[in-house]
Design a protein around this ligand. Structure first.
Ligand SMILES: Nc1ncnc2c1ncn2[C@@H]1O[C@H](CCC(=O)c2cccc(C(=O)O)c2)[C@@H](O)[C@H]1O
Ligand SMILES: [Zn+2]
Length: 355
């Protein structure tokens, strides 16, 4: 990971980073393929040497420099192409959990795009077995609890929407760890309302609605996600800041935003960190959660995103612990699981402040 986005400002900054590194955390917005670290990419590329994805870390950093959102999706899909067998799926999932555990991530809702794998010929049952096997092994070995969000790659159209909905709702295939249903990819030219029937089916099957919206288009997309897709949380929601009525609505209904600051800079959704609307969200009383989106692709990790948030929101340890608690509250964990992680956050913070 590089820390280029947050300049080191001496002892206080280092102390805060040490505090963050040990803080128990939950992550709600992080993509499966987008979490493949250089170590994992190298291992997959070694299995499939015909791939155009570089394996050398320096070349990879260049490769992961994006001109705009469309370029990001193009590069993202070249990494998707490295995942060709159920064993690749298992390796990726298990190793991603290992990287999370190292950052004291206790719980993560990982966004998976099963359509990308099934349409490349991976058998659907083998795919589900691979992620479930990795989930159980990761929980037993690292203590990190994983849950799944299956997302529709919006740009791939209604065929992808149908396939994703089927995989998420059919009793025969749907995995035990699945809790939510999402919509990702570009927003321009991909209006949210067309996905209403698919979200209706997923919600009827007990899944929670968590579409991306307002990442690369305006606040109307967030309204559409709330109205048509019955969103319970919003992925990014960055452009909500342009609509005070929308901010008030999100705050009043306690609809959390999954904020991913460094991602928004990397995909050019926001020009500079200083211009990120996270401050407006907090000021309006919106429940803000901090997330990493596609961490290695954006040269970040969840700990760095907390450090960025601390700088932008001028937070101390107590403020950071509040952010960590927000994520637990906004998660789809059961009440006992939420209470357990919140208590861990409290114990850790109290001990840190007393030391
Ligand atoms: N910041 C992000 N904002 C939005 N999405 C993000 C972000 N990061 C990662 N994603 C992921 O990118 C996928 C896009 C994949 C996609 O569009 C596509 C299109 C056509 C064909 C296929 C295929 O596989 O055949 C795939 C989304 O589903 C989502 O999971
Ligand atoms: Zn995302």
């Amino acid at each position: 990971m590089t820390d280029s986005s947050v300049p080191a400002t001496g002892t206080a900054d280092r102390d805060l980073r040490t505090f963050i590194a040990g803080l128990p955390k939950a992550e709600l917005h992080v993509h499966h393929v987008g979490s493949a670290s250089p170590r994992i990419v190298s291992e997959l590329a070694a299995r499939h040497p015909d791939s155009k994805v570089p394996t050398d870390p320096e070349a990879l950093a260049d490769y992961f420099t994006f001109t705009d959102f469309a370029h990001f999706v193009e590069v993202y899909l070249s990494v998707v192409d490295l995942i060709r067998t159920p064993e690749d799926v298992r390796l990726l999932t298990y190793e991603v959990a290992r990287d999370m555990a190292r950052q004291q991530v206790r719980y993560a809702e990982l966004t998976i795009t099963p359509f990308s794998s099934t349409r490349r010929g991976i058998d659907e049952r083998a795919f589900m077995d691979a992620i479930e096997d990795a989930r159980k092994a990761a929980e037993a070995e690292f203590g990190t609890v994983l849950r799944w969000c299956f997302d529709i790659p919006g740009e791939a159209g209604l065929e992808a929407a149908e396939e994703t909905t089927r995989l998420a709702t059919e009793d025969r295939v749907r995995p035990e760890g699945l809790v939510s249903f999402g919509l990702g990819g570009p927003e321009i030219g991909v209006p949210r309302p067309q996905f209403k029937p698919y979200f209706d089916r997923a919600i009827a099957a007990g899944l929670r609605s968590v579409p991306h919206a307002g990442e690369t288009t305006g606040p109307q997309t967030v309204w559409d996600a709330l109205t048509d897709l019955r969103a319970e949380r919003i992925g990014h929601g960055t452009s909500s800041a342009r609509d005070p009525e929308l901010l008030a609505h999100l705050a009043e209904r306690r609809i959390p935003l999954e904020v991913c600051p460094t991602s928004n800079i990397a995909t050019r959704a926001v020009r500079a960190l200083e211009e990120h609307p996270i401050k407006e969200f907090a000021r309006a009383g919106v429940l803000v959660t901090i997330n990493s989106d596609d961490p290695p692709m954006f040269g970040t990790d969840l700990n760095n995103e907390y450090a960025v948030a601390a700088r932008l929101l001028d937070l101390d340890e107590r403020g950071l612990a509040d952010l960590a608690r927000n994520a637990v509250e906004a998660s789809f964990l059961d009440p006992a699981g939420k209470a357990r992680i919140s208590a861990e956050i409290d114990t850790y913070t109290t001990a840190w402040l007393a030391s």
